[in-house]
Design a protein around this ligand. Structure first.
Ligand code: UDP
Ligand code: MG
Length: 343
């Protein structure tokens, strides 16, 4: 078993991978000497990320690169990498070097001294991110923590160090809509925060446009809380109180012989009712959609090629199809058979 596995999901990161590889190698060597592996996952990039990965893995026997069949999204790309990891200790970082790999040594120190299974990075500051990103992230983590029963740490990303047993539990979880940082929090064991300053992106720009951010937030919310499903009853209560007041008002107007003019108030009631109902339906739809995709039970991701050391994903609770063993000619060669992890 390898001492350390570093897993990195990459999407359109051609400007970052070279530097990333260099800094990861430096950090890994400092703490683990030769006993480490780096797993880069190409999440269906449309730029030169994959060819660069192939070149790098031809030169570095410590490097394994996985090419997914299309863009599966950050959390699934990360899962694909974690499935391949063989290390006793696992480090997850982003490709853009916002999470400095050099923090590996102090994080290991915390892990050892406190006997922790998970050491997760908590952002003390976030350099080079827009006000919008910071404000939405701030609001999101607080909304999530108020809606969920488990303690998902505030302002922590996926930057973390994990023990083998924590990773094994994580990989045994079959959900399709994956919110990895929440799932790790759910596991339990001893988890310790590690404060750090988030650097700016090394190059390029964020791969999380608003649409992906919303989807991510909904995955988190629906995955860890049923509070949105109870919205209907809260709205119901509120509207009943409202309707009682309106009835009283109408009675009063009738007794005192007033003639109530209707268009505005009627319109208001129709619009408010319509909006509330649609919102509640949409919330239910979010859960039903996820139930549906879970019921289909498709593989979480499809691997197209593997460059570097040949191997197949570990079998977690899911199954790996019989023919799906990685085929790699030599270090640097590319596997050709599709590999997937069924959930
Ligand atoms: N990423 C990915 N697939 C995607 C989007 C992002 O693998 O569909 C990776 C990306 O390459 C990076 C990490 O996820 O390594 C985090 O993305 P990014 O740094 O753009 O997010 P931000 O830091 O802006 O939240
Ligand atoms: Mg980033």
């Amino acid at each position: 078993m390898t001492g350390l596995s570093i897993v990195v999901p990459c999407f359109n990161e051609e400007e970052c991978v070279g530097l990333l590889h260099e800094r990861l190698t430096g950090a890994a060597r400092t703490s683990f000497g030769d006993d480490y592996e780096i797993i880069l996952v190409n999440d269906g990039s449309r730029d030169r990320t994959w060819p660069i990965m192939q070149e790098l893995s031809a030169r570095d026997p410590h490097l394994t690169c996985v090419n997914l069949s299309r863009n599966h999204g950050h959390q699934l790309a990360l899962t694909a990498g974690l499935d391949l990891a063989r290390g006793k200790t696992i480090l997850i970082v982003d490709a853009d070097l916002q999470d400095p790999p050099e923090l590996l040594a102090p994080m290991l120190e915390v892990m050892r001294s406190q006997g922790a299974d998970v050491v997760y990075g908590v952002r003390r500051s976030r350099a080079g991110e827009t006000h919008f990103k910071r404000a939405t992230a701030h609001a999101f983590y607080r909304l999530l923590s108020s809606a969920t029963e488990i303690d998902i740490p505030l302002d922590a990303g996926d930057f973390r160090l994990m023990s083998r047993r924590a990773l094994d539990v994580l990989l045994a979880m079959p959900e399709q809509a994956r919110f990895v940082r929440g799932m790790v929090a759910w596991i339990g064991f001893r988890q310790t925060p590690f404060l750090y300053d988030r650097a700016e992106r090394a190059a390029g720009e964020t791969k999380y446009p608003l649409s992906k951010m919303i989807r991510f937030a909904l995955d988190a919310l629906t995955g860890f809380s049923s509070a949105p499903l109870k919205l209907a009853s809260h709205f119901g209560l509120l509207l009943s109180v409202g309707s009682l007041l309106i009835i009283l008002y109408i009675l009063y107007a009738f007794v005192t012989g007033q003639n109530i003019q209707g268009w505005t108030s009627l319109m208001l009631v129709v619009v408010v009712l319509g909006a509330v109902q649609m919102f509640v339906l949409a919330m239910m739809g979010e859960y039903i959609g996820r139930l549906y995709s879970q019921a289909k039970n498709r593989p979480l991701y499809i691997v197209q090629d593997i460059a570097g050391q040949a191997r197949s994903p570990r079998k977690g609770l899911g199954q790996v199809p019989e023919e799906a063993t990685a085929q790699s000619d030599s270090p640097g060669g590319s596997g050709t058979l599709p590999i997937s992890r069924a959930s």
